[in-house]
Design a protein around this ligand. Structure first.
Ligand SMILES: NC(=O)c1ccc[n+]([C@@H]2O[C@H](COP(=O)([O-])OP(=O)(O)OC[C@H]3O[C@@H](n4cnc5c(N)ncnc54)[C@H](O)[C@@H]3O)[C@@H](O)[C@H]2O)c1
Length: 354
């Protein structure tokens, strides 16, 4: 199969590229390497992933911008991909608050450009959309929660399912622009018959993740620990998320590609079995790294959720899929990768821009 991966230099995209290239598929990566710019960093981040992918077989790299509709159509006409994994995006809530138009151009218009290029060149094409739990906005806060010493938790239930409301609630521009892409993907399945899988992702983490304070919190905390730098926790640190190791995500995409399913929406994450609070992550990092850093506490961030846990039973049932990597195993792998690549982080001013 020929698989075109937008955002292929990013954390999710580069792992998907590696995962499918190792299975001998032909991979075309499209990325304009703008992650560092989005997060105001002068340092290189996804450029490292770009060079890493250059060392692998079966991967063609194209430095292109998904906002350029004509360019997308040229690429699709020439490459004729069977499958598209659309991982390119602006993933930061703060950036979206500061520049909602740019956020929209990348996440909403960029997605429509890619979908349309696929529709025009391959009506049987498969489209995988990296959506987000943020599409539920404040509705995600409607379940009753309880508090214990280290974490919050839902009082009952298995987490947020796909039939949770997406409107008549508060969002951020990021939530709205990603939701636009999410709905377009569903609609291209409904109206044009493309095989679209929308994956509303919770916290995805992995190696080659250049976490910033605003995005990629697990990587950000791990990097700070290994640099011996302080961390600021906004709120009391008991907020929890379900966390999913990125290769488990790539496996879910693969299951969808191989399935007979056509237009589907999945909430995807580690689910109730794989959750972490910020305080628990700090405790785990102390234990794994045998280091300690100063933890500062700041005011709650306005759009933070105390609890978000994905109900992953639909993905389990329809894709015969479940997470295989526990948070502890994932943290150990992440710490090992950062420790093995100190030059990427030492004296790394932009990753330490506060
Ligand atoms: N990582 C997570 O926990 C998570 C959770 C929910 C949703 N998502 C979504 O998944 C996708 C991938 O996330 P990630 O963590 O790999 O982020 P990432 O920032 O590591 O990867 C995104 C990639 O897209 C590229 N990109 C941005 N704008 C572009 C443009 N205009 N043209 C071409 N390339 C562009 C960036 O350079 C980057 O390499 C994003 O769309 C994000 O919204 C991620």
């Amino acid at each position: 199969m020929k698989i075109l991966i937008t955002g292929g230099a990013g954390m999710v995209g580069s792992h998907c590229a590696e995962y499918f290239a190792r299975k001998k598929h032909q991979i075309v990566v499209v990325d304009n390497l703008m992650r560092s710019k989005i997060f105001g960093s002068k340092n290189k981040s996804v450029e490292y992933n770009w060079h890493y992918l250059e060392t692998l077989k079966n991967i063609q790299l194209l430095k292109k911008d998904i906002r350029d509709r004509a360019e997308m159509q040229r690429i699709f006409k020439r490459e004729k991909p069977d499958v598209v994994i659309h991982a390119a995006g602006q993933p930061g809530v703060r950036f979206s608050l500061e520049d909602p138009l740019e956020d929209y151009a990348i996440n909403a218009t960029g997605t429509l450009n890619v979908l349309e290029a696929l529709r025009l060149t391959n009506k049987k094409g498969v489209f995988i959309y990296c959506s987000t739990n943020k599409v539920y906005g404040d509705n995600g806060n409607s379940l009753p929660i309880r508090e214990t010493e280290m974490r919050y938790a839902y009082k009952r239930g298995k987490g947020i399912s796909e039939d949770f409301g997406i409107d008549r609630t508060g969002h951020t521009p990021y939530g709205v622009s990603k939701l636009a892409g999410d709905l377009y993907a569903q609609d291209y399945a409904y109206v044009y018959g493309l095989k679209c899988g929308v994956f509303r992702m919770s916290c995805i983490y992995g190696t080659r993740q250049f976490g910033f304070e605003d995005q990629g919190w697990l990587a950000w905390f791990a990097i700070r620990f290994l640099l011996g730098k302080p961390i600021t926790i906004y709120g009391d640190g008991k907020q929890i998320r379900d966390v999913l190791w990125v290769e488990d995500l790539a496996r879910a995409y693969e299951k969808f590609i191989e399935s007979g399913l056509q237009g589907e929406v999945f909430n995807i994450g580690g689910g109730p079995q794989n959750t972490l609070s910020l305080l628990e992550l700090v405790a785990a990092l102390k234990n794994v790294t045998q280091k300690n850093v100063k933890i500062n506490f700041g005011a709650w961030r306005k759009f933070d959720q105390k609890v978000y846990v994905s109900d992953i039973r639909r993905a389990g049932r329809l894709l015969r899929w479940k997470p295989t990597v526990s948070p502890r195993q994932g943290i150990e792998k992440m710490v090992a990768w950062i420790s093995q690549n100190p030059r990427l982080f030492k004296g790394n001013a932009p990753l330490d821009r506060r």
